[in-house]
Design a binder for this molecule. Structure first.
Ligand SMILES: *[C@@H]1O[C@H](CO)[C@@H](O)[C@H](O)[C@H]1NC(C)=O
Ligand SMILES: *[C@@H]1O[C@H](CO)[C@@H](O)[C@H](O)[C@H]1NC(C)=O
Length: 241
């Protein structure tokens, strides 16, 4: 369960320090290429959340609802994941109808329930992956502890601590824009931090995705913008390079 994720994320903190503070040059080779940044400087960090690890906002304008207590219309977007207030009996039925996806077996794409619009807030910021619940209820903390630990050694949120949230309900083939944006985010973070290669801190299943999205990072003429991938256990307890 995600409520325990922050425990294993803590374990990563030590690794980050190892990777980011000096002495890492021979340790972190990147497919045979040496790290090219300044070993005196710290590597900025991007959190890549796992399944269920991004906030989701929704806006409703529904033709019908599953229960009379359910809301049909909302004026603005509201937080639908993670919002513990929506997971209580009866209200949870409304929630399920708002958060579920329909699969079209012909186009092989998914869509929300009719009248539900969703968005993933906080692209590039640390906030929405540190806290799944914007009210900061403690059960919704995710990368928060590692964010605080990094901040305590002079990392700066939104500059050298960043996040790449995504719609975890959908498969990678429906998140293609994310991979494009993610590459831009890595390059932007690299530039924002005096051309220091970036460390990705990934959790759970998603680990394969950022790696493959960056697989053309060695295109001719490009600087090496990645330094290390740190990864906390995927389901099944596997470890990744
Ligand atoms: C799609 O699902 C419907 C309903 O389950 C089924 O009748 C139909 O054969 C499916 N079509 C394809 C292309 O799988
Ligand atoms: C990071 O950026 C987001 C979105 O612009 C903002 O809401 C948040 O307050 C910023 N955090 C910090 C620590 O500056």
């Amino acid at each position: 369960m995600f409520f325990r994720w922050n425990l294993c994320i803590w374990l990563l903190f030590g690794c980050i320090l190892l990777a980011s503070i000096g002495g890492g040059e021979s340790f972190f080779r990147f497919r045979g290429r040496r790290y090219r940044g300044d070993p005196e400087k710290r590597s900025p960090v991007i959190f890549v959340p796992g399944d269920g690890g991004s906030q989701v906002d929704a806006k409703l304008d529904k033709p019908d609802v599953v229960h009379y207590i359910c809301q049909k219309h909302t004026k603005d977007f509201f937080n639908i994941w993670l919002n513990l207030e929506l997971l209580v009996p009866l209200v949870i039925d409304c929630w399920i109808d708002n958060v579920k996806l329909y699969y079209d077996n012909v186009t092989r794409t998914t869509s929300n329930s009719p009248g539900v619009t969703t968005r993933i807030p906080g692209w590039g910021t640390a906030e929405t992956v540190e806290w799944l619940d914007p009210s900061h209820a403690s059960a919704g903390s995710y990368f928060k502890d590692i964010g605080n630990a990094l901040a305590s050694v002079d990392y700066v949120r939104n500059v050298s601590i960043r996040g790449a949230p995504y719609d975890f309900r959908k498969a990678p083939n429906e998140n293609t824009q994310w991979f494009v944006d993610f590459k831009v985010l890595i390059e932007e973070t690299y530039a924002l931090n005096e051309n220091q290669p970036v460390t990705l801190v990934a959790h759970s299943m998603v680990v394969q995705c950022p790696w493959s999205s960056c697989s053309n990072r060695r295109a001719p003429g490009r600087t090496n913008t990645l330094r290390a991938l740190l990864h906390s256990p995927a389901p099944g307890g596997s470890a990744k390079p």
